[in-house]
Design a protein around this ligand. Structure first.
Ligand code: ATP
Length: 370
């Protein structure tokens, strides 16, 4: 029996709607697997909580979260609260304090989903975004507010240790997944201090420790063009915090949109819980309408199960998503249909049930033969 304690933070906007569907899928897995139990606790930390309490989460939130095996997160953002508050008081403290220095973002073509690219099939790569430092270090300040001489300084902090660990995480995954090539995103021709450090240590780690992997390095401006021109040629992309953030939205775009893009914020050492969330935000333009695509959230749940050591359950979810999309009857508006969020989530849950029914039927037939 494997029992996991999961903290659930739906957040704001469509985060709340798509989370319900992910939980529905977890329930079906639990119903069909006597050896698998999820004990989950839901936390109401979001913009509404901020408006009531003056903070996005309580002072002991990280202490509370630390006792969980994983965090399933929806999305955060609300027009009534500045974005820097929602992000820096909720997502960033969790990512940074829990050393979730790997942001794992798969970019994969799915059956039945049309890419905006004319040759947009068979795309399958993973972006490893450095998730703890770099351009998102929140270091700097402002002087002489609203005066003619006002100025702002924003520092990028890159450390040798930070670069080494993301390079190793990407390479370890490449080896495990049978990949042969790592692509590094850089801009060391113009950002000559921090990006040169990045280039140097990414190269050293891969050349010294992963002799069977090939490393290619591209300036970010060229790389975005290659993402569009020849996305099939990438296997693993390793990038700094800012570059990885932008590349993964571009990655989502070329395989059919944000509604389909999952992510995992991982602490590979498992000293702290990792956090699983869709790439998309709270989507205020469609929040409350019940039309958001829940696939990104459900796929993020599959990544969570993979991380927790249940690849069998993760595969079950992925197979169900693919079956629903292949069938093509149930699709939300972002991927060309008119299904609701609930209908899409239910269709995926139903495909999981069907897979278990098929397995049970097969087992019965086998017993009968015996
Ligand atoms: P936030 O401020 O929370 O980041 P945002 O509007 O800036 O919100 P996203 O929430 O990522 O950014 O949304 C970008 C666009 O993608 C919006 O038009 C939104 O409707 C669409 N979108 C995002 N997620 C989904 C989804 N799951 N299903 C359908 N459309 C989506």
């Amino acid at each position: 029996m494997t029992k996991y304690k999961i903290a659930v933070i739906p957040g704001d906007g469509i985060g709340i709607e798509v989370m319900d569907e992910a939980l529905k899928v977890l329930d079906v897995l639990q119903e069909n697997n006597p050896d698998f139990e999820i004990e989950r606790e839901q936390f109401p930390w979001n913009s509404e909580y901020y408006l009531q309490h003056g903070k996005m989460m309580p002072d002991d939130a990280l202490q509370i979260l630390q006792s969980f095996d994983a965090i399933l997160f929806g999305a955060i953002g609300d027009t009534r609260v500045p974005d820097d508050i929602t992000i820096w008081q909720l997502i960033m403290p969790i990512r940074k304090q829990f050393q979730q220095y790997v942001n794992f973002r798969p970019v994969k073509s799915l059956p039945g989903i049309r890419s905006p690219l004319s040759d947009g099939e068979n795309i399958d790569f993973v972006i490893f975004r450095e998730n703890a430092e770099g351009e998102y270090s929140n270091s700097g300040g402002r002087l002489y507010d609203s005066q003619d001489s006002e100025l702002a300084v924003q520092n990028t902090i890159m450390t040798r240790g930070g670069i080494e660990r993301i390079a190793r995480a990407a390479s370890d995954y490449a080896v495990r997944a049978g990949k042969t090539k790592i692509t590094s995103a850089t801009k060391s021709n113009a950002i000559t201090h921090s990006m040169k450090l990045w280039d140097e240590h990414v190269k050293r780690i891969i050349q010294d420790e992963y002799k069977n992997l090939k490393l290619e390095s591209y300036y970010i401006d060229a790389l975005v063009a290659y993402f569009v021109e020849r996305p099939q040629t990438f296997e693993i992309v390793v990038a700094t915090n800012l570059f990885g953030d932008i590349l993964s939205d571009l990655g989502s775009g070329i395989v059919g949109g944000l509604g389909l893009s999952p992510s995992a914020n991982i602490n590979p050492e498992k000293n702290f819980p990792s956090m699983f969330e869709p790439v998309h935000g709270s989507a205020p333009d469609i929040a409350g309408k019940g039309i958001a695509n829940p696939i990104a959230q459900i796929w993020s749940t599959a990544l969570m199960l993979q991380h927790l050591g249940r690849p069998d359950l993760s595969d079950m979810i992925m197979k169900a998503i693919e079956l629903v999309l292949l069938e093509g009857k149930t699709k939300t508006a972002d991927i060309g249909g008119n299904a609701t969020t609930v209908q899409m989530g239910s269709a995926i849950a139903e495909k999981i049930r069907e897979q278990y029914d098929t397995i049970r039927l097969g087992n019965k037939a086998y017993e009968f033969k015996q």
